[in-house]
Every structure is written in structure tokens, then in C-alpha cells.
Design a protein around this ligand. Structure first.
Ligand code: GLY
Length: 433
């Protein structure tokens, strides 16, 4: 099947498509019947909010993205654990040719059946079949929806890279990288307290294309694959700053966020101050701050779009169809944001210099940066990350609430409350910052 749009249709529980299984959600729950029982896809995904959010890791790890392509195979009441595990092993070791010595797997601590199948299929001892008793091995698409225990395949990139096996204190390092998740879809989460059995036992899998491509190239970094190398080479050419040194994270953030922003716009999302549009604006502005950090003296991201298009336009023709809109939106957003970016960063630096060790960045200043200079909260957080300073988010939220209350009161005082409320909502939605 083709990838579905990044904007999930018919699913109000989801902001963006975050997994290959989203388009099959109703098939898993039995609400929808199709004339096939197996499928495979390469699905566009965005993980920048909600249950699966990788935004803050982007640029700082070798393996996280806001936008990525997820490869998956699906069974709707057809094959289950035995075949799914055997298929997965066959693909990674025979077709992809990965060495079994480099691989290890995890299963949910309660899933002895999966552990037994792995033992039989791989001949692994229990040391390489790691039991995990946490949500890491119980996959859910969101607070509600289909879910089930999962088993993950990890690749060991070698002891020259920091990191430990899954379940160890060093598991977040980049040495042992999860390349494939196989989910045994058995349940549906109806609400926080209710989980029911699905009508059939099914399979959903997710393998990040960027991760497996990098692994097959012998690298642990997704940013070594050709798409990212081409974009980062271009951003290095335009800024005169190498993408290999200290400023590598900025190039990575720009390349990642260019992909996310472009693909979101190609699927009809436009920057705005609420909902999906605000997540898009936040992603764009983070990228733009990093362009500024690289010393770009004029808008940068729109100039990189042709490189992205040359690498991904064939597989995703929607990028080319929306090319003019994407380019112009990136250019005008960056032009506008640059007007306040520099002044906002100056304020951020001054305020940071006032802090003494261990202090949080004040919420009211973060709010002023948001309100006056158009700094989304996560942009401020990203800017402070290198200095290890956290923002007082409760203080930020309190200022936001206060401002909304004041604005509502001003409108309701005008005489026609209902009319005023509508205009307030309209103005808030279309605020030009
Ligand atoms: N649905 C499987 C995954 O996202 O890992």
C-alpha cells in the first residue's frame, strides 16, 4: 500500500501520522474490512508531539527525527508471532545480510512465547533475548487505540561508540540501535482504565528506513545516508561552516526540520498559531534559529529545498507539486522571523547571564520571548539545552493563562460577549507573529 498522508483522516485522536499502522487502525479494530489480510508500506511519519515525540532529541543523537520513513509489514488476523519473528529474522540476516553476532532482541517481560520463538529461530541464549518490563516493549499508537506487546531487534554498532544494551543504564547511547519493532496487536485501549481484546490477533511492524539504511552502510548515524549528506553539504556550502565539527547539530537540525516542514506543507499543513500549523511553525523556527547560529545572514532553509526535492521528489511527487508553495512559505516565514530572532536571542543571553548555578530560566521571560519575539517555548528550551538550563514551564503556562484571561475579559467588556469571543478566537488563530 502507498503511504498515507501525514494528516490522519478520520482520526481525531492523532495530530500527525506517527506510525505505519495508523492507516490500518480500523482494520485492526475490526471496524473496517479489506479484501487483503497482509500489507507492506513505507509510511511518512512525523513524531513531534503527543505520545511519540522525538523533537527534542533531533540533532543531538544519531538516530532521531521529526520526519522519517517507516517500513512496515502488517497482518490482519493472518500470520502472528511465529511467522512474524521468522520473517523478521530472514529479512535482516538473509536479505539484508546483517551478521547475527551483531544482533540482539528484546521481548516484553510477560511474553515467554515470543522469547521461546526467538530462541528456536536464532539459537540465541537468554543473554541476547532481553526481557523488558516497561512500555518500551508494549507499543501503543496513542492514549487510545490498538496496542500490544512488542519485540525489538537491536544492532550493536561496536564498543567504540558509547552506549549499553537495552535495559541497561547506558541504553540511550548510540551504540545499540533499535532497527525494527514487531508489535503483536492484541488489544484496544478504549480509555485510561479499559483495555479490550481485538477481534483478531494481528501484526504491525515499524523499521525506520533511515536507521536500516545507515546500518547497511556500516554507520550508526542516520545523518550519514545520502539524503542528509546532500542537504548538509548544501547548508555547509551556503554558510561556510563544516557539518562535521562542533556545529554538526545545527546542520542536522536544519536538514531534519527542512524535511518535516516540507513534507507537512506538501500534505496541506500551513504555519499558523494553533494545532498542526503551530507545530509546523515551531519546527520551522527551530531550524531557522540553527541557521542563525551558523551565521546565515539571510533566509537559508528555502534555498535547501531543491536539494531535498532532488533526493525525495521521485518517491514523493507531492513534494514537487507543492514545491512553489513550500519554497515561498519557508522564505517568507524565515524573513519575518529573522526580524525578531536576533533581539530575542539577545534577551535570552542577558537573562541567562543573570542566572546562578542550578537556577531555572524564568517562565515570565520565556513567555515574553514567546509573546513579543515569536519564540515557541521549545525553541527557548532548545537554545538553553547546550547550557543545561531548564525553563520554569509552570511559570510560562501561568503567564499564558493570565494573558488569555485578560484578552477574554477585554472582549467580553465590549457589550456583545458572543461576538467578542468569536473575534478573540479569530484574532488568536491568525495572530501575525
Ligand atoms: N507501530 C510500530 C512502531 O511504531 O514501532
Amino acid at each position: 500500500m502507498e503511504s498515507s498522508s501525514l494528516v490522519p483522516h478520520n482520526d481525531p485522536t492523532l495530530m500527525f501520522t506517527n506510525a505505519g499502522m495508523n492507516q490500518f487502525k480500523d482494520v485492526f479494530t475490526g471496524k473496517e474490512k479489506r479484501d487483503y489480510k497482509r500489507a507492506t508500506t513505507s509510511q511518512k511519519c512525523v513524531r513531534a508531539g503527543g505520545k511519540h515525540n522525538d523533537l527534542e532529541n533531533v540533532g543531538y543523537t544519531a538516530r532521531h527525527h521529526t520526519f522519517f520513513e517507516m517500513l512496515g509489514n502488517f497482518s490482519f488476523g493472518d500470520y502472528f508471532k511465529n511467522d512474524a519473528i521468522a520473517f523478521a529474522w530472514e529479512l535482516v540476516t538473509k536479505n539484508f545480510g546483517l551478521s547475527p553476532e551483531k544482533l540482539l532482541v528484546t521481548v516484553h517481560a510477560t511474553d515467554e512465547e515470543a522469547a521461546g520463538i526467538w530462541r528456536k529461530v536464532t539459537g540465541f541464549s537468554d543473554e541476547k533475548i532481553i526481557r523488558i518490563n516497561s512500555d518500551d516493549n508494549f507499543w501503543r499508537m496513542g492514549d487510545t487505540g490498538p496496542c500490544g506487546p512488542c519485540t525489538e531487534i537491536f544492532y550493536d554498532h561496536g564498543d567504540h561508540i558509547w552506549g549499553g544494551p537495552p535495559g541497561s543504564p547506558e541504553e540511550d547511547g548510540d551504540r545499540f540501535i533499535e532497527i525494527w519493532n514487531n508489535v503483536f496487536m492484541q488489544y484496544e485501549q478504549i480509555d485510561a482504565d479499559t483495555r479490550i481484546d481485538l477481534p483478531a490477533q494481528s501484526v504491525d511492524t515499524g523499521m525506520g528506513l533511515e536507521r536500516i539504511a545507515a546500518t547497511l552502510m556500516g554507520s550508526n548515524s542516520n545523518y550519514d545516508i545520502d539524503i542528509f549528506q546532500a542537504i548538509m553539504t548544501h547548508s555547509a556550502d551556503l554558510t561556510g561552516v563544516s557539518f562535521k565539527g562542533d556545529q554538526a547539530p545545527s546542520h542536522k537540525v536544519i536538514a531534519d526540520h527542512l524535511r518535516a516542514a516540507s513534507f507537512l506543507m506538501a500534505d496541506g499543513v500551513m504555519p499558523s498559531n494553533e494545532g498542526r500549523g503551530y507545530v509546523l511553525r515551531r519546527i520551522m523556527r527551530r531550524g531557522m534559529r540553527h541557521a542563525h547560529l551558523l551565521g546565515a545572514s539571510e533566509p537559508l532553509m528555502y534555498k535547501l529545498f531543491p536539494t531535498l526535492l532532488s533526493k525525495m521528489g521521485e518517491a514523493y511527487p507531492e513534494l514537487g507539486r507543492a514545491g512553489a508553495l513550500i519554497t515561498e512559505t519557508l522564505r517568507s516565514e524565515e524573513e519575518r522571523f529573522r526580524v525578531t530572532l536576533e533581539r530575542g536571542l539577545k534577551m535570552l543571553d542577558e537573562e541567562t547571564a543573570r542566572l546562578s548555578g542550578g537556577q531555572n530560566f524564568p517562565g515570565d521571560v520565556a513567555f515574553k520571548l514567546y509573546d513579543t519575539f515569536g519564540f515557541p517555548l521549545d525553541l527557548t528550551q532548545d537554545a538553553l539545552k547546550a547550557k543545561n538550563i531548564a525553563v520554569d514551564t509552570a511559570g510560562f503556562d501561568a503567564c499564558m493563562e493570565e494573558q488569555k484571561k485578560a484578552a477574554r475579559a477585554a472582549w467580553s467588556g465590549s457589550g456583545d460577549t458572543a461576538f467578542g469571543k468569536q473575534w478573540y478566537d479569530f484574532a488568536e488563530k491568525n495572530r501575525d507573529d
